[in-house]
Structures are given as structure tokens and as C-alpha cells.
Design a protein around this ligand. Structure first.
Ligand code: GTP
Ligand code: SPV
Ligand code: MN
Length: 610
């Protein structure tokens, strides 16, 4: 660790553990603009981590959990609990390139506005410089980033979420590599002698992306997706723009390895919107005998074509930032085991009286007394949740007992199937096999889901969330669809099959029809068996669904009637759906590929809705 005391100067940076000219000049420029008390280069060492933890415990930001190994509780400002999509901007040079689904601002104007916000914003604080790599350092093309932040909570979280170690900076420096510049400030300078608050932040928030400069500027929030800039900002928004230029995909997908009773393995990727089940599926414990599932990633997949024409997926992350509520021994035992291994940071969950954490759905029994996420006394009669619905656990992937050995492969694993899915009470069947790549892209491009607490705003409203990427496409949505379609036309491509799933269909009493969680392995089995030519399907207007008897429901208390409801394709529901899809496509505008409009027409035809 290098401490540069007092106002950093060009001279002081001579002590920096790198000679990377671009990095040094950027760090110097940011320090001059933001005026931190000191600059600290983060090396990822154990001593450095320990010192930061102690400092944050002392400051009251973290509470050390006595019941867990090396784990901490943290409560944010109540106004800083989720991604802020309304304050998230794609600042491409041309407004057209941000497309109709992103907020846009001219890069020069945004930079001018934010430069004034950043001026002296780190006064009284330490400016941390975190060199990291997304994906493996030995990848053919290592993807470097450096986050500058004034939040030690962000530093500790980044140490879990991304690969941060001295080898990264050494290799980056040796090769004078390009890196994504990620600048973050909580926007809360301290006057001399001013007492800090436990969660500094600023009511003015900007999460700005400059895709052409491969740069992210974030101000005002300390929350995960707004502040851990390697995650959504780099690995999705900036990386999707890079991937568009270079012919690959950066997607909001889990990666899972499935092994059938014959011992044959396949890798699949699945895109569900935020808080719609990726972490749970990634760690699934199959309920059907003989099947094994292992996790590679739970949120982000980067997929590139290999020489054999297959799409190879890597998980660029190193940790999980998972939704806490609903995570329990009955729903996601592997997540509970990962948490038990220690090294966690919990944010906005509830605290038990004996120094542990709790959230809704963790245990069957509810504790009699808790401190809720806002720091208030809580009992089961309080009439409000003890944990915030978007409270999170931040846990190293290596903790996951079912992590696949291939998870750390520098160049990834070949993908046999892609699943899209969302949270829909109606309309969408439990599982549908799409007819071909273009039809699969259509189903992905029209993916819809009820909104969740992962972003600020109304919860439970159906919106289109293409490929589960609505908040994360770093460029024009129509260009993004064209990119997906073009990949399917690539010479020699051996494409994954595309499926659409919905675990969330409800009955007349508003209850989930499908039991979900571990039972989703039945759907995975059908998908894998379809690829192997071992399971039957029937054609419907919207795609192929399991033929009677081909979805394994053995041992499940599930009636034929319930199964029929799960798989139903209701023409009246689809009539309304197609109208909504027409509106959605109209919103995309001129850049909508004509193939997708043709897909919609063809679907209308198959439904007999001419
Ligand atoms: P992000 O981290 O926000 O991207 O979310 P995610 O897609 O990883 O979602 P996650 O797996 O954390 O699940 C979110 C919520 O959905 C949790 O409360 C889960 O308990 C619930 N959930 C996940 N899978 C299922 C399922 O199969 N059925 C039902 N009913 N609920 C589920
Ligand atoms: C999501 O919202 O999709 C998340 C959590 O995975 S965050 O890191 O906040 O984006
Ligand atoms: Mn996510």
C-alpha cells in the first residue's frame, strides 16, 4: 500500500506502484480536480483489506458480525438503495447512438457539469485507486479497468466482486495496456473537523457512460450497481459497446454447467431481468435424481466465438452481489453455504440481537426481535419488512460449494443453450423452444417482465426488457438487435439453441403455479434432452413446448391441470401481447431490424390474428 500524504502532486505520484503513463496522468488529473487528503493505491493485500475493515468498523459504517467469519453488516442511506435508471446516461457523441431506451446527454456538456460536481469533492477523504481486471488476467484479451473512488465501502466490495491483485497492475503496466477509466465519488466532501456520516452520498446523482472514451463517471451514490463500476457500468454498458464493435456479446446472464445421469456436460447461459432469478438458477440444487448443476457465473456473461464456431462464455466477475430476501435454505441452499464460508458484506439486511444477519425468506421462523435495515427496532408485528427488498449479500464466488472447475477458465466455456425469461403473471409459458436463431432473437428482443426493487421506481409494472438488458445496453437498442441477428449469420457459427422460460406464472388466486427454485431443474432437463434429441415437443404458434409426458414431473405434487396452465398459449393474451410488442417496436424506431418486424407478422399469422 502506498500512502501519499496531503495534497497529491506530480512528485508524490512518483511513489506510485506503476509507470503506466496513461494511468499516472489520469490519477494525477483526478487528484488535482477532486482534492483528496491522500491517495491510496489498492493492491488487494490482506493487510490492506484488514486495515480498511477496521477503519470502517471504527467509523460505524460496518458492523462486524460475531456469528460469521470475516463478515460485515452495512446499512445505506435510505435514499441510496438501488440503481437509479433515471440518472443513468449514455453520453455517446451522437444522440442517435444512445438510442431511444437510454438517457442521453452530450459528452462535453455532461463532462462540464460533472467536472464542477467533482471539483474538491474528495476533500477530507482518501482517494483510492483500484486496478482490476474483469475476467481472467490470462485471457487472450485481458479487460483492464481502474476505479478511482473515495468510498472505502466500494473498495472492500470491489475486492470481492472483481479480480484485484498486484499482478493485475504489474501486467497492465508492463504491456502499457488500455483500461476502462472508472471514476466514482460519493460526492460528500468533509470540512476540516467535520464528523462523517456512516453512509455519505449526495442527493444529486449521475451514472454517466462515455462509450467512445471507454469511460465511466459516477457521482453521488454508494450503492452497488451505481458505484461498483466494474459491474454494470463496465462489464455491461461499456463492454456491450466494445462487443458491438468487435463482434462479441456482453450480456446480463448467468452461466451454468449441467451434467446428465450419463455424465455428459453442457454449459448454458440465461438472461433474466434484475431480481428475476439468475443467482438462484446459477446455484440450483436439482431435485431430479442423477442430474448435477454447477455454477460459473450469476449475473454477467461475456461471449466470444471460438475457432470452432461455438460461443464461449466467461464470467467477468469474481463475486456475487445477490438479492438477500428470498434466499434461504429451502430456496437456495448453495447460496446459504457460500455465505457460511464467510468473507461477506451484507447491505440493508436486518441485524439479529446476537450479531448475525436476517432477511425475509432466510429461515422458516421469524426472529422475535431484530434491528431493521433502517436501524429501528423490529418485531414480527411491525408490519414492514425487516430487510430492504433490494438488500444484498456480497460474497466471493469461490465460496460457492458447487462452483464448476471451469469457472476460472481464461477463455470460457462453449454455450449450448441460451435462456431468456422474465417475471410474468400471464401469457408466457413455463418453457418454449424458439424455432431458430432469428426467432430466438425476437423472443429475447421482446422479453417482458414485471419491475422489481433492484431499481428505484414502481415495482410490478410489466415492461419490455430486451435480453434483460434494458438498463444495460450501452448503445442503440435497434443496433443491438441487429448485432444479435448478425452473429447468427456468421460463417461457421455453431449457435446455441434459444429458449424462453417463465417461473412466475400465477393462478386465479395470484399464487405461483410452478414451484420454482430446485424444481426448475425439470425444465433444464427438458432443454438439455431437447438438444440431445431425447425429449419431445409440440409446436404452438409461439414456439415448441414440452409434449405431454416429456416434462419430468415425477415425484412432484403437480396436477395435469396445473401443468396445462403453466404451458398454456392463450390467443387472447397473445393478441394483447402483440399490440404491446408493436408499441415497443415503434419505440425502437428506425433502427429496428426489419427481420424483427417480420417475426412479429409471422407470429400474428401463426396465431391466426390476421
Ligand atoms: P439481480 O442480482 O438483481 O440481477 O437478480 P437475479 O436475477 O440474480 O435474481 P435472484 O436469483 O436473486 O432472485 C430474485 C428473487 O426472485 C429472489 O427473491 C428469489 O427468491 C426469487 N426467485 C428466484 N427464483 C425463483 C423461482 O424459481 N420461483 C420464484 N417464485 N421465485 C424465485
Ligand atoms: C441488478 O440490479 O441487476 C444487480 C444488482 O445485479 S446491481 O449491481 O445493483 O446492478
Ligand atoms: Mn443483475
Amino acid at each position: 500500500m502506498t500512502l501519499l500524504e496531503n495534497r497529491p502532486s506530480t512528485d508524490a505520484l512518483a511513489d506510485a506502484p506503476t509507470s503506466h503513463p496513461g494511468l499516472l496522468s489520469w490519477v494525477r488529473d483526478v487528484a488535482r480536480l477532486t482534492s483528496p487528503d491522500r491517495v491510496q493505491w489498492v493492491s488487494g493485500s490482506t493487510a490492506e483489506k484488514k486495515a480498511l475493515e477496521d477503519e470502517l468498523v471504527e467509523a460505524g459504517t460496518l458492523v462486524r458480525l460475531t456469528k460469521q467469519k470475516d463478515s460485515f453488516y452495512c446499512a445505506s442511506d435510505p435514499e441510496d438503495v438501488a440503481r437509479v435508471e433515471g440518472r443513468t446516461f449514455i453520453c455517446s457523441r451522437n444522440e442517435r447512438d444512445a438510442g431511444p431506451t437510454n438517457n442521453w446527454a452530450a459528452p462535453d456538456e455532461m463532462k462540464a457539469t460533472m467536472t464542477e460536481l467533482y471539483r474538491d469533492c474528495m476533500r477530507g477523504r482518501t482517494m483510492f485507486v483500484i486496478p482490476f481486471v474483469m475476467g481472467h488476467l490470462d485471457a487472450d484479451q485481458p479487460m483492464y479497468g481502474v476505479e478511482i473512488t473515495d468510498s472505502p465501502y466500494v473498495v472492500l466490495s470491489m475486492l470481492i466482486m472483481a479480480r484485484v491483485n498486484s499482478d493485475v497492475l504489474a501486467k497492465m503496466s508492463r504491456t502499457n495496456a488500455d483500461f476502462v477509466k472508472c471514476l466514482h465519488s460519493v460526492g460528500a466532501p468533509l470540512e476540516p473537523g467535520e464528523q462523517d456520516v456512516v453512509w455519505p452520498c449526495n442527493p444529486t446523482k449521475y451514472i454517466s457512460h462515455f462509450p467512445e472514451d471507454r469511460t465511466v463517471w459516477s457521482f453521488g451514490s454508494g450503492y452497488g450497481g451505481n458505484a461498483l463500476l466494474g459491474k454494470k457500468c463496465y462489464a455491461l454498458r461499456i463492454a456491450s459497446a466494445i462487443a458491438h464493435d468487435e463482434g462479441w456479446l456482453a450480456e446480463h446472464m448467468l452461466i451454468l454447467k449441467l451434467t446428465n445421469p450419463e455424465g455428459e456436460s453442457k454449459f448454458i447461459a440465461a438472461a433474466f431481468p434484475s431480481a428475476c432469478g439468475k443467482t438462484n438458477l446459477a446455484m440450483i440444487e436439482p431435485t431430479i435424481p442423477g442430474w448435477k448443476a454447477e455454477m460459473l457465473g450469476d449475473d454477467i456473461a461475456w461471449m466470444r466465438f471460438g475457432d470452432d464456431g461455438q460461443l464461449y462464455a466467461v464470467n467477468p466477475e469474481f463475486g456475487m452481489f445477490g438479492v438477500a430476501p428470498g434466499t434461504g435454505w429451502s430456496t437456495n441452499p448453495n447460496a446459504m453455504r457460500a455465505i457460511e464460508a464467510g468473507g461477506n458484506i451484507f447491505t440493508n439486511v436486518a441485524l439479529t440481537d446476537d450479531g448475525d444477519v436476517w432477511w425475509e425468506g432466510m429461515t422458516d421462523e421469524t426472529p422475535e426481535h431484530l434491528t431493521d435495515w433502517r436501524g429501528n427496532d423490529w418485531t414480527p408485528d411491525s408490519g414492514r419488512p425487516a430487510a430492504h427488498p433490494n438488500s444484498r449479500f456480497c460474497t466471493p464466488i469461490e465460496n460457492v460449494p458447487v462452483v464448476a472447475p471451469e469457472w476460472d477458465n481464461p477463455n470460457g466455456v462453449p454455450i449450448s443453450a441460451i435462456m431468456f425469461g422474465g417475471r410474468r403473471k400471464t401469457t408466457m409459458p413455463l418453457v418454449t423452444e424458439t424455432l431458430d436463431w432469428a426467432h430466438g432473437v425476437f423472443m429475447g428482443a421482446t422479453l417482458s417482465s414485471e419491475t422489481t426493487a433492484a431499481a428505484t421506481g414502481q415495482v410490478g409494472v410489466v415492461r419490455r426488457d430486451p435480453m434483460a438488458m434494458l438498463p444495460f445496453i450501452g448503445y442503440d437498442a435497434g443496433d443491438y438487435f441487429a448485432h444479435w441477428l448478425a452473429l447468427g449469420e456468421r460463417d461457421g457459427a455453431v449457435l446455441p439453441k434459444i429458449y424462453y422460460v417463465n417461473w412466475f406464472r400465477r393462478d386465479e388466486n395470484n399464487k405461483f403455479i410452478w414451484p420454482g427454485f430446485g424444481e426448475n431443474s425439470r425444465v433444464l432437463k427438458w432443454i438439455v434432452d431437447r438438444i440431445d434429441g431425447k425429449a419431445d415437443a409440440v409446436e404452438t404458434a409461439i414456439g415448441r413446448i414440452p409434449a405431454p409426458g416429456s416434462l419430468d414431473v415425477a415425484g412432484l405434487d403437480f396436477s395435469d391441470d396445473e401443468l396445462a396452465k403453466c404451458l398454456a398459449v392463450d390467443p387472447a393474451e397473445w393478441d394483447a401481447e402483440l399490440d404491446d410488442i408493436a408499441d415497443w417496436f415503434a419505440r425502437i424506431g428506425d433502427t429496428l431490424p426489419s427481420e424483427l418486424a417480420d417475426q412479429r407478422d409471422a407470429l400474428r399469422g401463426r396465431l391466426g390474428l390476421e
